[in-house]
Ligand binder design. Structure first.
Ligand SMILES: CC(C)(COP(=O)(O)OP(=O)(O)OC[C@H]1O[C@@H](n2cnc3c(N)ncnc32)[C@H](O)[C@@H]1OP(=O)(O)O)[C@@H](O)C(=O)NCCC(=O)NCCS
Length: 147
């Protein structure tokens, strides 16, 4: 597996995973905006030996904080440590950028992702009520402080 910074040519591969993984997927335009206009955005992709994109993770780096926007791997590639490696790589890059606090939102029902984040030291923060517009599900805010 190889991990590198995402570029605009990766959007097709990333969109495929985004649409498979999320009930409210980001659009192509949203990813184009992230690549072209959002100076705070930092996305990484995971590539298999055939150089296909099998996962990605995005974050915004703003001052000394990082906000994870999305992380997902293909259905086929799940359970092989790729999601964890993408998160660890994002944390490494955040630390290089002198980030001290990392946060994210996750559906209260998404225990698998919560397990991953807890494994990496994230703690439970507050609840954002009715955060997800498809089913009005609450979001759990999770955070980790780097000292
Ligand atoms: C969440 C996600 C990225 C995890 O990626 P992954 O590559 O399958 O996960 P990994 O193999 O790296 O596993 C890392 C940890 O996640 C947790 N985890 C992964 N799969 C799990 C499962 N089936 N059941 C419970 N916990 C699980 C475990 O804590 C695991 O650590 P362990 O192997 O020591 O038990 C992946 O399931 C995914 O793409 N889900 C759909 C998109 C999504 O929900 N993203 C998060 C939005 S906030």
């Amino acid at each position: 597996m190889m991990y590198r910074k995402m570029v605009e040519d990766d959007i097709d591969g990333v969109l495929k995973i985004e649409e498979e993984a999320f009930s409210l997927p980001w659009t192509r335009d949203a990813f184009i905006h992230e690549m072209r206009n959002n100076l705070h955005a930092y996305y990484i992709v995971a590539l298999n030996s055939e150089e296909e994109i099998v996962g990605y993770c995005g974050m915004w780096l703003v001052m000394d904080e990082s906000h994870i926007t999305n992380v997902a791997v293909t259905e086929k590639a799940k359970g092989q440590g790729i999601g964890e490696a993408l998160m660890r790589e994002s944390i490494r890059i955040a630390l290089e950028n002198e980030v001290v606090l990392m946060t994210l939102e996750v559906r209260v029902s998404n225990i698998i992702a919560q397990n991953l984040y807890r494994k990496l030291g994230f703690q439970d923060g507050g609840i954002r009520r009715n955060y997800y517009s498809d089913n009005q599900e609450d979001a759990l805010v999770m955070w980790v402080e780097f000292k």
